[in-house]
Ligand binder design. Structure first.
Ligand code: DOR
Ligand code: ZN
Length: 343
């Protein structure tokens, strides 16, 4: 197959940033995706309904004319999130989930949760009103090896929460390990997972080929080849528990190429094309529409998109860097090529 027409996809995990940085990256997503679940980890985290609605307005007013993109908003869970705030978020109709970051796990996560038990009131309210919990599934204990953070999170954090809140809907975001794939497959339908393109395309060697590769550094960190193979199997399986979430996370070049560089890979410029590469290379393009366009809306109880996109198997060159407000950012495959093009 050299061409595929499919229902327009959605990105169920996206970092859009704010202000001029958001303006710089938003068109990449809005050209490809109908909707995106917008992460709340701004430098001042989006912890209230009011802040989320204001952020939504800023995104909508930054949209280039003619693009009917819809941002789906999230709240940032803290130790102090109240049940009232959860209910307000639900009633707004614009906030579709609450995001859990373990304190200190990644970019702007300092006000994340120090212990999930402290959030029981909020979690009970979410369970009650049907607002899903999106988890950054890693522990940050200093004694735990960075490559084991996800596995340990499952046993120590996720299982207890699922047991304690038997009706809470949970998305295990950007899963990276075989353990996570197995876990999600073994749980009831209320638990789903997103998978990024970069975790499908790269194993951890990619961070060190010929030297340090800061543009492949992200959280959760890239894992072993056997983990990558398990992710590919999950994505291609047609199992509705797995769906597309790019976790595209723009940082300025200087913030990545630094003595203490930021975590994040920017993939929105080829946000659906990179997935087409993987599915195409495994002769599974017929499974792409489910993964990218159907499973997510089904999980969130949202309608399917009405229009379609067409992808053709044609190689195009990725620029070495692109403008990012007063700086630049280095997109995934910078200076290289992508094998599928959006018509
Ligand atoms: O690599 C990452 N970058 N992982 C995250 O969880 C956050 C993201 C960001 O916001 O830069
Ligand atoms: Zn993320």
């Amino acid at each position: 197959m050299h061409r595929i027409t499919m229902i327009r996809p959605d990105d169920w995990h996206l970092h859009l940033r704010d202000g001029e940085h958001m303006r710089a990256v938003l068109p990449d997503t809005a050209k490809r995706f109908a909707r995106a679940m917008v992460m709340p980890n701004l430098s001042r985290p989006v912890t209230t309904t009011e802040a989320a609605l204001a952020y939504r307005e800023r995104i909508v007013s930054a949209l280039p004319p003619g693009l009917a993109f819809q941002p789906l908003m999230t709240l940032y869970l803290t130790d102090n999130t109240t049940a009232d705030e959860i209910r307000r978020a639900r009633q707004s109709g614009m906030i579709h989930a609450v995001k859990y970051y373990p304190a200190g796990a990644t970019t702007n996560s300092d006000s994340g949760v120090t212990a999930l038990v402290k959030c029981e009131t909020a979690l009970a309210a979410m369970e009650e009103c049907g607002l899903p919990l999106l988890v950054h599934g890693e522990v940050t204990f200093p004694e735990v090896d960075i490559f084991d953070r996800e596995k340990i999170f499952i046993d120590r954090m996720l299982l207890p929460v699922l047991q304690k809140f038997p009706r809470l809907r949970v998305v295990f975001e950007h899963i990276t390990t075989r353990d996570a794939v197995r876990f999600v497959m073994a749980t009831p339908a209320r638990v789903a997972a997103t998978i990024t393109a970069h975790h499908l395309l790269l194993n951890r060697n990619a961070m060190f080929i010929g030297g340090m590769r800061p543009h492949h550094y992200c959280m959760p960190i890239l894992k072993r080849e056997e983990d990558r193979q398990a992710l590919i199997q999950a994505a291609l399986s047609g199992n509705p528990k797995f769906f597309l979430g790019t976790d595209s996370a723009p940082h300025a070049r200087g913030a990545k190429e630094a003595a203490c560089g930021c975590a994040g890979v920017y993939t929105s410029h080829a946000g659906i094309e990179l997935y087409a590469e993987i599915f195409g290379s495994r002769d599974a393009l017929d499974k792409l529409e489910g993964f990218a366009s159907l499973h997510g809306p089904a999980f969130y109880g949202l309608p399917r998109n009405q229009d379609t996109i067409t992808l053709v198997k044609e190689t195009w060159d990725v620029p070495k860097e692109v403008p990012f407000h007063e700086e630049t950012l280095v997109p995934f495959r910078a200076g290289g090529t992508v094998g599928w093009r959006l018509l």
